[in-house]
Design a binder for this molecule. Sequence first.
Ligand SMILES: NC(=O)C1=CN([C@@H]2O[C@H](COP(=O)(O)OP(=O)(O)OC[C@H]3O[C@@H](n4cnc5c(N)ncnc54)[C@H](O)[C@@H]3O)[C@@H](O)[C@H]2O)C=CC1
Ligand SMILES: Nc1nc(O)c(N)c(N[C@@H]2O[C@H](COP(=O)(O)O)[C@@H](O)[C@H]2O)n1
Length: 226
Amino acid sequence: MRPYVIINAAMSADGKISTKEHRQTKISGDQDFARVDRLRADCDAVMVGIGTILADDSSLRLKNPDLIAERTAAGKTEQPMRVVIDSRARMPPDGDMFKKGTGQRVIFVAETAPPDRVAALAEKATVISAGTDKVDLTLVLDKLGEMGVKKLMVEGGATLLWSFTSQKLFDEIRIYVGALIIGGTDAPTFVDGSGFTRAEGFTRLALKNVEKIDDGLLITWHKKEE
Ligand SMILES: NC(=O)C1=CN([C@@H]2O[C@H](COP(=O)(O)OP(=O)(O)OC[C@H]3O[C@@H](n4cnc5c(N)ncnc54)[C@H](O)[C@@H]3O)[C@@H](O)[C@H]2O)C=CC1
Ligand SMILES: Nc1nc(O)c(N)c(N[C@@H]2O[C@H](COP(=O)(O)O)[C@@H](O)[C@H]2O)n1
């Protein structure tokens, strides 16, 4: 069975998730980062696209020791599975995701990924081929389901979130709107990609909750069933 998919990200009041240089930007405050850590702890796997790893060198690990202890007491691994969507196997083998924290790392690549880079990554992670030229997210979700992932958190970035939202491959969106303006036509927004041209294609959402956190707002949407 496919996992329940929660998209979680933070954007500025003008919808940007980082700067025009794609520099990692602190949008959440302490309380929201604690919520993000809690959500990571509650999920079986945490995912980003390779653009995010190359920009941020994300470790994607759970940081709060109390949450790690809570997971192990519940018979789970210390860290949720860490997953990267990486068609061309560009993941740096010396990235923070490999250096920090314990547990399984999974890289989804396309069949056309260069074999030497796939072999180098296979020494550090479980590498799975899914899709011909580009990673196919329906295959990814099916595979993660087979691997026992019931709840998946997808953190970004803008290109991966376009794929998840345009293909309606999610259940919930939790978006933190921070009290700042970043600006810049070239700065990534919550969702980029090619965009819809016709209203019939739009991904529709149902509002579930709004909560003030730090000096911003956490908005929770569910996918609106058509
Ligand atoms: N504020 C926040 O909550 C977050 C911000 N970010 C920011 O997002 C930016 C990175 O976003 P992007 O450059 O858009 O990269 P991304 O992280 O969305 O990765 C996109 C890349 O993934 C690969 N890919 C393979 N199969 C794919 C598929 N089926 N669909 C989509 N992508 C696929 C492609 O190489 C594609 O270029 C960074 O600046 C980062 O700081 C990232 C995560 C969260
Ligand atoms: N929720 C959230 N709020 C922000 O303000 C952010 N900048 C991000 N960024 C995401 O978190 C990843 C970093 O994770 P690690 O600290 O390396 O574990 C980053 O790569 C984005 O995915 N998120």
